[in-house]
Design a protein around this ligand. Structure first.
Ligand code: C5P
Length: 311
């Protein structure tokens, strides 16, 4: 007799920061931020199938996946464990697979995206019926970027980046992401930021003026390019001086470059899709750039598809 089981597939987009204004270090070690998030068309895909023996087993494939742990150090496993703990259902298990396209330790919320996908996927296969708001709240405990990974589109994040106000934005932006040979650790970049602040080489400033916010969401690509901002840039360059050369790459149809989150991925904003495709072909010729991915933004948040398969 043919057996059937349910599979849930979640596609989760990467994020970039059109602006990242960083305040001083708080007593809890985090930094207050004003972050203008945009979800972009680079996706990790998670599948989830329920198990009844309480085991959570993760298998990974795709970009850089062999570098990642598959035990509870992995944010997706942490998210699944947290979800079932809060529901008091330790017997629930899952087979999770993640196919990665979002760069690892690249500043594009790949780990947070996987955690978001695990929360959404396990909520479905375990029939928990938590609302998206409840999942976002839970996501905050895993990482500052998880709530936005669940939301998608464009949003302003305050607090440590987890308090979100969705933004409507006109127009589509064409990006190219330059992937570095090696990732950067987010806590290390923030430490480098603190050191530069202590040395008086930068002044933490969480304020983002209304004019910049308006320009970033105006749909006018030239005004958006002029308003891009990332306060972690100097800190990331201090740790990885080669990034300065990547940020300085210019080509026809390229309006501006900006660091993604805590780096080291660099985003180039292009006038149109054709310029973006041309730049993506050329970028890997530059030293220190491993690969380049064209993409567009904003895109909607994760898609969750539930299906029944034989086997
Ligand atoms: O929240 P998340 O796990 O992404 O944060 C990773 C690290 O980045 C934190 O432990 C902290 O060192 C730093 N961070 C910060 N301020 C934020 C977000 C992250 O200092 N708003």
């Amino acid at each position: 007799m043919v057996k059937f089981h349910e599979v849930v597939r979640v596609q989760v987009p990467a994020k970039i920061n059109l602006a990242l204004a960083v305040g001083p270090r708080r007593v809890d070690g985090f930094h207050d931020l004003t972050s203008v998030f945009q979800a972009v068309s680079v996706y990790d895909e998670l599948t989830a199938v329920a198990r009844t023996d309480g085991q959570i087993i993760l298998t990974m494939s795709g970009l850089g996946s062999t570098q990642l742990p598959t035990d509870e150090q992995n944010l997706a496993v942490r998210a699944a464990l947290l979800l079932r703990e809060r529901r008091g259902r330790p017997e629930m298990g899952a087979n999770l697979t993640i196919d990665k396209a979002i760069p690892i330790a690249g500043g594009m919320a790949g780990g947070s995206g996987d955690a978001a996908a695990a929360l959404l996927g396990c909520n479905e296969i375990w029939d928990l019926e938590l609302s998206v708001d409840e999942l976002r709240e839970l996501g905050t405990e895993i990482g500052s970027d998880v709530p936005f990974a669940i939301l998608g589109g464009n949003a302003v994040g305050t607090g440590r980046g987890e308090k979100l106000t969705p933004l409507s934005a006109d127009g589509e932006l064409n990006w190219v992401f330059a992937l570095a040979e090696e990732g950067l650790s987010t806590p290390q970049v923030y430490r480098s930021f603190d050191q530069l602040a202590e040395a008086g080489e930068l002044t933490p400033d969480v304020h983002l003026d209304a004019g910049s916010l308006e320009a970033l969401t105006s749909g006018d690509v030239n005004r958006c390019a002029a308003a891009l901002r990332n306060d972690l840039c100097a800190a990331a360059v201090a740790l990885r001086p080669a990034l300065a050369a990547t940020l300085a790459v210019s080509a026809e149809g390229v309006l501006a470059s900006v660091l993604c989150g805590s780096g080291p991925t660099v985003a180039f904003l292009c006038t149109d899709e054709q310029s973006a495709n041309l730049l993506a072909e050329k970028l890997p010729e530059h030293e220190g750039i491993r690969d380049a991915i064209p993409a567009r933004g904003p895109v909607v948040g994760p898609s969750v598809v539930r299906s029944v398969v034989a086997g």
